[in-house]
Write a protein that binds this ligand. Structure first.
Ligand code: ATP
Ligand code: MG
Length: 240
């Protein structure tokens, strides 16, 4: 579904992504882990074209990423993204946050968008908060709204960049539970996270990055029990 081939990314002199090759199959859940600065966020951002690439190719559904215009807007709705910071619109209600994209980009009527949004808010457990504003919700609730908002665009793939790392510990699981549910329903997902419990439970493959490179790719049990490279061994020993 997502194919990343020979991708290089430079920020000026800095080589942020080095020869990245990665194919994400439909319904696959890929967890990306690695030290700070290893290029995990940059990789996510190149997949929905928030960041350009220096060379190489990224395709979604066999189509190369568009540079701009209507095709780029379509790509953005095919690729849902959830960030560490919840990025909700502060002056819109929870319901409006979820209906805005579908009305503007997918051309739904307000009534259609409201019905769909309420179903999604129900699913992530924040339907009672629909008429409140983001600041009136806990961090975990806001992040679940952010997930609902991304799902409202009917994406083909969801990218999560450390979705729980800004949350208080007691709220982490409520967000991870929603993500595990999505994975079980067969959503294609790329998840940057330090939550190894999620990786063990939901990931089909773990991608370990260091210094802008993919160093290791393995099934979770294999990766956690038997990391092959010194860099992965060192990283895991610091986590445990
Ligand atoms: P973290 O775990 O801290 O989120 P990360 O693996 O997500 O780290 P990236 O954010 O992808 O790392 O950054 C990779 C490297 O690229 C870092 O050294 C960062 O300083 C650099 N970098 C990222 N964005 C830019 C930019 N816009 N301009 C210059 N350098 C950048
Ligand atoms: Mg990052």
């Amino acid at each position: 579904l997502v194919s990343v081939t020979d991708v290089e990314k430079h920020f000026g002199d800095f080589h942020a992504l080095k020869n990245i090759n990665l194919t994400i199959r439909e319904r696959e859940v890929v967890v990306v882990i690695g030290p700070s600065g290893s290029g995990k966020s940059t990789l996510c951002r190149t997949i929905n074209r928030l960041e350009t690439i220096t060379s190489g190719e990224i395709t979604i559904d066999g189509k190369e990423l568009p540079a701009e215009g209507a095709a780029l807007a379509q790509l953005r709705s095919d690729v849902g993204m959830v960030f560490q910071a919840f990025n909700l619109f502060a002056h819109k209600t929870i319901l409006e946050n979820v209906t805005l994209g579908p009305i503007k980009v997918r051309g739904l009527s307000k009534a259609e968008a409201d019905t769909q949004a309420m179903a999604l808010l129900e699913r992530v457990g924040v339907a009672p908060q629909a008429d409140k504003y983001p600041a009136q919700l806990s961090g975990g609730q806001q992040q679940r709204v952010a997930i609902a908002r991304a799902l409202a665009m009917k994406p083909k793939v969801m990218l999560f960049d450390e979705p729980t790392s800004a949350l208080d510990p007691e709220m982490i699981n409520e967000v991870l539970d929603v993500m595990v549910g999505l994975a079980e329903e067969g959503m294609t997902m790329v998840v940057v996270t330090h939550e190894m419990g999620f990786a063990r439970k939901a990931a089909h493959r773990v991608v370990f990055m260091a210094d802008g490179e993919i160093v290791e790719v393995a099934e979770p049990e294999e990766f956690f029990n038997n990391p092959q490279t010194p860099r992965a061994q060192d990283f895991l020993s610091k986590l445990l």
